[in-house]
Design a binder for this molecule. Sequence first.
Ligand code: COA
Length: 327
Amino acid sequence: MPDVSVLMTSVGAYLPKKILTNQDLSVFVETNDEWIRQRTGITQRHIVDDGELTSDMAREAALKALQRVGLDGSDIDLIIVATTTPDDTFPSTATKLQHQLGATCAVAFDIQAVCAGFVYALDIADAMLRTGRGRKAIVVGAESFSKILDWKDRSTCVLFGDGAGAVILERDDDPSDWGIRSSILHSDGAHRDILFVDGGPSSSADVGHVRMEGNKVFRHAVEKLSSVMDEALAAAGMTVSDVDWLVPHQANIRIIDGMQKKMQLPSDRVIRTVDKHANTSAASIPLALSVAVNDGRIKNGEIVAFEAIGGGLVWGAALVKYGRPKN
Ligand code: COA
């Protein structure tokens, strides 16, 4: 039994109002609904409106997560925003969020691990709360990927969407089997060239656009995700039969279904939102979690497995007993 537990007590999410369907895309790029659905499972994506920022979405998601458990910004000690599409090069989106939430006592910073950003941020927040660097944290995944897409490149622009999701983590000094049970991360920079953005502050004059060799990324995905999930299960002393729900990164329905088969999980134990949200990078897991908690599928005390892979490559998995033990 660990010395303390780090509970995941709440979730909130935000999606921009504007929706772009596959049909809408086919008007300005050579693609069609059938190709996108068959290869990716995506039917639509939400896109930020003019002037709507990553920090605006992060704030809405964080407020919903706070309200669900009756907390406000002043209760929070730590804010981590996972994003690859911050409002500005600096300061961080997290410090903006801190100010907007009135979280005056919180330490706030961004982390960048692209589509694995949420599992990376979760791991860091878990370690910080476990070692006494605060009692309550907000971990946010928030992305405006539409801002870094090349809207003329049909092989990438059809895949992504915008949104934000947030979870509340709370340190519990009574050790139990609740909360974050294990978390494993990996990185391998040798694969940089299969998924990257061709711009950035030190390499170019602009922020650049997403470039990807999709089939190479695809080949890495299921293999790396299933092996890191095995590591996370072993670290938690669990087997697949202990897992109630898989909440995977929502990049592509074929990767999600591949993971489900590899893990030999029943199909209805996997949360799929890629059809409506597309790939929202660091936001995709908390967005999917929020959908499944709100519609009553994921309940207090159930074991949830998270996994994600992103540009770098970076990847990871975590196992969480969701919610709070009843007194
Ligand atoms: N609409 C229509 N045709 C398209 C298209 C689109 N949006 N995008 C690509 N095509 C075409 C290609 O030009 C190619 O045509 P060709 O055979 O005449 O050259 C054909 O479709 C097949 O392209 P390919 O890239 O081999 O397709 P694929 O089966 O690998 O599917 C992805 C492409 C991107 C859907 C798939 O590789 C994938 O999902 N990869 C993982 C990407 C991912 O998840 N990245 C994020 C990780 S966080």
